[in-house]
Design a protein around this ligand. Structure first.
Ligand SMILES: [Zn+2]
Ligand SMILES: [Zn+2]
Length: 365
């Protein structure tokens, strides 16, 4: 099969021919239909997030079940499915509490070593060289996914476009539902109108937000997220974004500010936009150990809740997300602006790096 391999950080990804992997017990082999183009892959490709190489990136896939390993129930070859970037082990203390977003095995084995949970990768070159898997290594024709992370799509759902449910949408959903707890009537600011941010806009409205203020540095991206429900746009190059948001909210700030860029200055800005008693939620991954400054006295006196949010509670949230998308309450296709062929995947990441992608780009097979 063809797979996109990163041999060292900073070098372009190269398409190689490698053997089709085999699913082991409680694993599913998915024939990939599409894989989303996400900033976390880019962070790894540029060496800003540490990950073993050589590796296969790609962590947001949809496709069709090609084979199942022993012990897999309820899935059969031919089923259209989506998989999320967190592969919950289902056994660690966090998974036992339903906090798949904190799965200790996923962080230790997959994010730490690029393997699945018996300590081995399923991907190798023909000469036997192991290839680390970033999540399931979705930038390949086939991917092995733990059965805990494979969710059937419903009839009528667009197979390729549904891939973004597995990272962009689920990350937005986890933040809006669990950490921001967006409620009807809330005023929400979203910093960064990219793949995740545009889905935060859409989901905040779905959860009843009365106002969603999108903040970005590009007017075209701000215009695009208005189609997904943003009620106001703030261009951060046209004056202090905090002052602009304050003036749009009568000087009170927003109930919820969600930072979807992962930059120290925008994390501080999200905090300063939050009203007294409000919530600041950070979902953008920063490069390396970047630190943001937070005004301590304001945090204390204004009783602001500052939290991070990573992905979602996969096994309970993904079926809900699929259900919302199947009923048209989440529109996956509207936030996808570019579709690249697999052969063009290196170019897709270069375009993302240049900041050219509105919403999400996907790679299709
Ligand atoms: Zn992602
Ligand atoms: Zn776990």
């Amino acid at each position: 099969m063809k797979a996109a391999v990163l041999t060292s950080p900073g070098s372009p990804i190269v398409i190689e021919d490698i053997p089709v992997p085999k699913p082991r017990a409680e694993e599913v082999l998915v024939k990939v239909a599409a894989c989303g183009v996400c900033h976390s892959d880019l962070h790894v490709a540029k060496g800003e997030l540490k990950f073993p190489v050589p590796c296969v990136l790609g962590h947001e896939i949809s496709g069709v079940v090609a084979d199942v390993g022993p012990g897999v129930q309820g899935l059969a070859p031919g089923d259209p499915v989506v998989a999320s970037f967190i592969l919950p082990c289902g056994r660690c203390p966090s998974c036992a509490r339903g906090r798949d977003d904190l799965c200790e095995t996923f962080f230790a084995m997959n994010r730490g070593k690029g393997t699945l949970y018996d300590g081995e990768t399923r991907l190798r070159r023909a000469d036997g060289t192991p290839l680390a898997m970033y999540s399931m290594g979705g930038l390949a024709e086939y991917a092995v996914v733990t059965a805990t992370d494979v969710f059937p799509l419903r009839p009528g759902m667009a197979l390729a476009d549904s891939c973004i449910l597995g990272c962009a949408v689920m990350t937005a959903y986890g933040a809006v539902k669990h950490q921001a707890e967006v409620k009807p009537g809330d005023t929400v600011a979203v910093i960064g109108a990219g793949g995740v941010g545009s889905n935060v806009v859409q989901l905040a409205r779905l959860f009843g937000a009365a106002e969603v203020i999108a903040v970005d540095v590009r007017d075209d991206k701000l215009a695009e997220v208005q189609k997904l429900g943003a009620t106001r746009g703030v261009n951060a190059t046209q004056g202090d974004p905090v002052a602009q948001v304050q003036s749009l909210t009568g000087g009170r700030g927003v109930d919820v500010a969600i930072e979807a860029l992962g930059r120290p200055e925008t994390v501080s800005q999200a905090f300063m936009m939050t009203r007294d008693g409000g919530r600041t939620v950070v979902i953008g991954l920063a490069s390396g150990q970047a630190a943001a400054s937070i005004e301590v006295t304001r945090l204390v006196r204004r009783s602001i809740r500052l939290t991070g949010s990573y992905g979602c509670r996969v096994r309970t949230d993904m079926p809900e997300i699929v259900s919302l998308a199947s009923r048209g309450l989440i529109d996956v296709s509207k936030s996808i602006s570019r579709r690249y062929r697999f052969e063009e995947c290196a170019e897709a990441y270069q375009a993302l790096n240049r900041g050219e992608i509105m919403g999400r780009a996907i790679v299709t097979f």
